[in-house]
Design a protein around this ligand. Structure first.
Ligand SMILES: NC(=O)c1ccc[n+]([C@@H]2O[C@H](COP(=O)([O-])OP(=O)(O)OC[C@H]3O[C@@H](n4cnc5c(N)ncnc54)[C@H](OP(=O)(O)O)[C@@H]3O)[C@@H](O)[C@H]2O)c1
Length: 421
């Protein structure tokens, strides 16, 4: 990448709920001497107000350049990509607004990271831009927020520890949404609605959600893992009941892509499941059933056109609304991971946790995306790939864990108490 680019990082969509958290994180954590930052969006006026707020909050910043354009204008996206080392975007729904920017970054060799959980759109991005991004050396790293950094990097950490300690990776990894306190924004729900709309109307999107390996490279889109859990289930590795996780359809596919892009270090038969643990005994079973039933009902309603339209129009809040800074600061989350593997001496169990004292989807997501952009801008990546459409684990890797620890995340890995058998 050439060094004559004007900006290290552009936070594109900085006037939105998630974008603002990213911009606040970067200006509070870094100084203008350390980072040449710009904020971007479609409204000069809203960007001006944002810059006033940011410079008031963070003493080190007297001014912050703004970059203005419409996300649907390919020429403008190309201009922005050309003058930037890393574009970090929160302009969603990505299915609606994201493609011209990815196309531009892939074409001109600019690194890119986003917050998408729209797997249908990630699949489109892989099919259309992986090859060109590989040629230009652009790192296009999708899903750098709560979807899918804790699951993806948590698994990378767990597997690296297993290989270092026992000489073998885990054959199975379970990811648990242990606890969380936080809000949801209109933009996230709009993106969720867009995903259901795509699945109902676009056969490729429907196939993407049906195939657990749909984000793997072309020619490698099959395997033994049956995909996400849909019913309550007793988890022997945890010793507890578990319910389906609403994020599993995204996170599990991202993990399978990571394994493939890394060259299958976790084995071709690697099996991963993300769930919500609900405890032991009848209460655990009933709670798991209630969560599974609720999710099933919601998905069912969202797959019926008129119901979906009604929910999107009358139930989901408007884009632009979401948690405040005070609400985000009061939140927290923990994602737990457990893995079981087989070494020459016998089986082993390892565990990890990945959490922060911030709302997962906004406060902590702002830090995750901001630090992902910093890894790309500083070329702090541990990846076998020089470019392409990537995941956080395969495109950035453990350097992002180090940066997140440095901003206060709790990220630990160890041998489980029951250890070796
Ligand atoms: N993975 C995760 O953990 C996670 C967490 C949070 C959010 N997200 C995702 O992040 C995305 C953003 O969510 P949000 O709640 O921040 O949404 P939001 O508040 O609606 O913000 C969207 C941003 O996009 C800008 N924008 C919209 N249309 C544009 C256009 N045509 N050209 C240029 N800019 C445009 C908006 O500008 P204006 O201010 O001018 O309207 C705003 O800055 C969603 O897709 C959401 O699902 C993911």
């Amino acid at each position: 990448m050439s060094d004559d680019r004007t900006h290290d990082v552009v936070v594109w969509g900085a006037t939105g709920v998630a974008g603002r958290f990213v911009a606040e994180h970067l200006t509070e954590r870094y100084t203008p001497d350390e980072l040449s930052l710009a904020v971007g969006g479609r409204s000069r006026e809203r960007l001006g107000t944002l810059v006033d707020d940011l410079t008031e909050r963070a003493d080190a910043w007297e001014e912050i350049p703004t970059v203005i354009g419409d996300a649907t204008d390919p020429d403008r996206m190309r201009e922005i990509a050309r003058e930037t080392r890393v574009v970090c975007t929160t302009v969603g729904p990505y299915t609606t607004y994201g493609t011209p920017l990815v196309a531009a970054c892939a074409e001109v060799g600019t690194d890119y990271c986003d917050l998408t959980g729209e797997v249908n759109w990630v699949r489109e991005s892989i099919d259309r831009f992986h090859e060109v991004a590989t040629e230009t050396g652009a790192r296009i790293v999708h899903s750098c927020g709560f979807d899918s950094v804790p699951a993806d990097l948590g698994t990378l950490l767990l597997q690296s520890f297993a290989v270092e300690t026992f000489g073998a990776p885990c054959e199975a990894v379970r990811i648990y949404l242990e606890e969380g306190e936080g809000g949801v924004s209109g933009g996230t729900l709009a993106s969720f609605g867009e995903l259901f709309e795509a699945v109902a109307t676009d056969p490729l999107a429907e196939r993407t959600l049906r195939n657990p390996y749909s984000l793997a490279p072309a020619g490698e889109r099959s395997g033994v893992d049956p995909g996400e859990q849909r019913l309550p289930r007793w988890d022997p590795l945890r010793g507890a009941w578990t319910a389906p996780s609403p994020m599993a359809p995204v996170n599990e596919r991202v993990l399978r892509r990571s394994n493939a892009l890394l060259g299958y270090p976790w084995g071709r038969e690697f099996d991963c499941t993300e769930t919500v643990p609900t405890g032991t005994g009848p209460v655990g079973a009933v709670t798991a059933g209630a969560i599974a039933g609720g999710l099933g009902l919601f998905s069912g309603a969202m797959s019926v056109g008129p119901l979906r339209d009604g929910i999107r129009r009358f139930v989901f809040p408007e884009p632009g609304t979401g948690p405040t800074r005070a609400e985000a600061d009061a939140g927290r989350f923990t994602v737990g991971l457990r893995g079981r593997g087989t070494a020459p001496e016998g089986t082993f169990t390892v565990e990890a946790e990945f959490g922060a004292d911030r709302d997962p989807g906004y406060g902590a997501t702002g830090q995750m995306l901001g630090e992902a952009a910093m890894c790309l801008a500083r070329e702090e990546v541990d990846s076998p790939l020089d470019g392409g459409v990537m995941t956080p684990a395969a495109g950035i890797g453990l350097p992002l864990v180090e940066r997140l620890r440095a901003v206060g995340f709790t990220i630990d890995v160890r041998e489980a108490a029951e250890g070796r058998e």
